[in-house]
Design a protein around this ligand. Structure first.
Ligand code: 1AL
Length: 358
C-alpha cells in the first residue's frame, strides 16, 4: 500500500507545528513541515553558511543526537513516515528514528519532554538527497511526533501520513462539516489527481493558492472526473459548499453530488453550472442519511474546497465516538471513561455509558 496517498497529518497546511528542536543553527526547524517540495539554489550563502530548505543542525563535536518535536495538525493514527533528505548530500544524518506521543490539551515543550513516547520507526539508516519511506504499524491515536537524527545533519521534510481521528468531545453532532478531514472524513477514491491531491478538498481553512486545491489533468475523452468522500459519520447533508477559488481558467463547468444510502446512490445536487473562482453554497432539500458522497465534475478541472454541512445520525455519532475511543492509549481512555472494564473490553461495538456525549 502506498501510504503517501494518505494525508500528511503534520503538514503546516493542516495546522501542524514544529514546537521544539535542540539545535537549528544552519536551517530552521519550521521548514520540516512546509507543504511544498524542497528547493535548492547552489552556492547561496547566508551569514551561517549555505542556505538549505530544511532543518539543519551544526556538526556535533560531542557524542549525542539532535531532536525535533512536532505537533500534529490532525491527531490520528500513523501509517507511514517519509524522512526527505532532499539536497542534503555531504551533510545528511546517517541514522534516524521517530517516536510518537498522545497528550491531552496543549502541552509545552517542557511537558512534552516528560511524555510517554512510543517508538514508531526504529533506528534506521538514511540515504542522502532521497525520500526515505518507513511503514508504521501502530493502532493508537497520537498528537505529537519526535524526530531524532543520529548524530546530526539536515532533513528537508518530515511527512507523517495517516488517518485523522476526531475527538468527538469537540464536535456538535447537530451541525458539522461531514466532509471535513479534521472531523474524520476521508477521500476514498478519485478519477485523477495529476496536479494536486483530493485530500486538499477537505482540508482545514480556505485555500490560499491554486495548489492548495484538487486539480485534475485536462481530459481528452468524453468522460468526467469525480471524487468520493467517506463522511465523518452517517448523516444528513443540509448545505453543500463547492469552492472554485483560485481556479480561473480551469474550474469545472458543472458539478453534481450524490450520496450513498445502503447500497443505493441518491442525487443530492443535480448537475449544476459553476463559476470560476467562486465559493458556491447550495441548500439541499434533505433526504435520507448518507455515509459517502460522490462529486462529479464536468468535464474536468480543479476545486479548492468541498464542504458538506449537516447533522450526524445516532449511528454516525456512535461510530465517530468509537473510532476515537478505541484508538486512545489505555491511560487516556481510562481518564475519559473512568471505567477499567470498559477500557479493557475495547474495541466495543456500543458507546460506553460514560461516553454518551451530547
Ligand atoms: N556546504 C555545506 O553545506 N556545509 C555545511 N552546511 C551549511 N548549511 O553550510 C555543513 O557543514 O553541513
Amino acid at each position: 500500500m502506498d501510504v503517501t496517498g494518505l494525508p500528511d497529518l503534520v503538514s503546516r497546511r493542516v495546522g501542524g507545528a514544529v514546537v521544539w528542536a535542540d539545535d537549528e543553527l544552519f536551517a530552521e526547524k519550521e521548514n520540516l513541515i512546509r507543504p511544498t517540495e524542497p528547493v535548492y539554489q547552489p552556492a547561496t550563502f547566508g551569514h551561517k553558511g549555505q542556505l538549505y530548505d530544511g532543518w539543519e543542525t551544526r556538526r556535533r563535536r560531542e557524542p549525542g543526537v539532535d531532536q525535533a518535536v512536532l505537533r500534529l495538525g490532525l491527531p490520528g493514527f500513523v501509517h507511514g513516515i517519509v524522512v526527505d533528505t532532499a539536497y542534503f548530500t555531504g551533510n545528511y544524518p546517517p541514522f534516524c528514528w521517530v517516536d510518537a506521543a498522545a497528550v491531552e490539551g496543549y502541552p509545552s515543550p517542557a511537558e512534552l519532554s516528560e511524555a510517554d513516547w512510543q517508538p514508531l520507526v526504529p533506528r534506521s539508516a538514511l540515504l542522502g538527497n532521497t525520500k526515505n519511506p518507513f511503514e508504521v504499524d501502530d493502532p493508537q491515536r497520537y498528537t505529537h511526533v519526535r524526530l531524532t537524527i543520529d548524530p546530526d545533519g539536515g532533513v528537508a521534510r518530515l511527512r507523517v501520513h495517516g488517518v485523522p481521528v476526531a475527538d468527538p468531545r469537540f464536535l456538535d453532532p447537530s451541525s458539522l462539516d461531514l466532509a471535513a478531514l479534521e472531523n474524520g472524513a476521508a477521500i476514498e477514491g478519485c478519477s485523477n489527481m495529476f496536479y494536486s491531491s483530493p485530500a486538499n478538498l477537505i482540508s482545514p481553512g480556505f485555500a490560499s493558492v491554486m495548489g492548495d486545491g484538487w486539480e485534475t489533468a485536462r481530459r481528452r475523452d468524453d468522460g468526467n472526473d469525480w471524487v468520493t468522500v467517506r463522511l465523518a459519520g452517517e448523516g444528513t447533508v443540509r448545505l453543500a459548499e463547492l469552492d472554485t477559488s483560485h481556479f480561473k481558467g480551469n474550474a469545472p463547468g458543472w458539478a453534481a453530488l450524490s450520496g450513498r444510502t445502503g447500497d443505493d446512490w441518491v442525487t443530492l445536487l443535480p448537475r449544476t453550472a459553476l463559476q470560476p473562482d467562486t465559493r458556491h453554497r447550495f441548500l439541499l432539500p434533505g433526504g435520507p442519511p448518507v455515509d459517502h458522497v460522490r462529486m462529479d465534475v464536468y468535464p474536468d478541472g480543479g476545486m479548492a474546497r468541498l464542504r458538506l454541512h449537516g447533522t450526524l445520525t445516532t449511528a454516525g455519532r456512535e461510530d465517530l465516538v468509537l473510532r476515537w475511543f478505541n484508538r486512545l492509549p489505555a491511560a487516556q481512555a481510562l481518564a475519559v471513561s473512568g471505567d477499567q472494564d470498559v477500557v479493557a473490553a475495547r474495541p466495543l461495538s456500543v458507546v460506553p455509558e460514560t461516553l454518551a456525549l451530547s
